[in-house]
Write a new protein. Sequence first.
Length: 99
Amino acid sequence: MFEHLVVFKFNGKTTLAKQQEWVAQLLALQEQIPGIVTLTAGINTTEETDRIQGYTIGLRVTFEDQDALRAYGPHPAHQAFVASLDGWVEDVIVVDYAI
């Protein structure tokens, strides 16, 4: 299996409602993209405020294997989500590893 971790930092014009919309879109990907074993996403609520560095949404996806992870990127549902971020994202961090 492969783990895919992503954290998002948005620009100053992003509202809480918009972030909640993106989280809902992320959660829906589990039903739309084959090879996803589990998917969780949410708005950062850490009390370690000195560590946030502006990152407000986290995503964790467990894939069946590396091929499923590779197929996720170009999948139309994922690409629609990525397109919805246009003009809103300041930075994204991605970490993938075998589990």
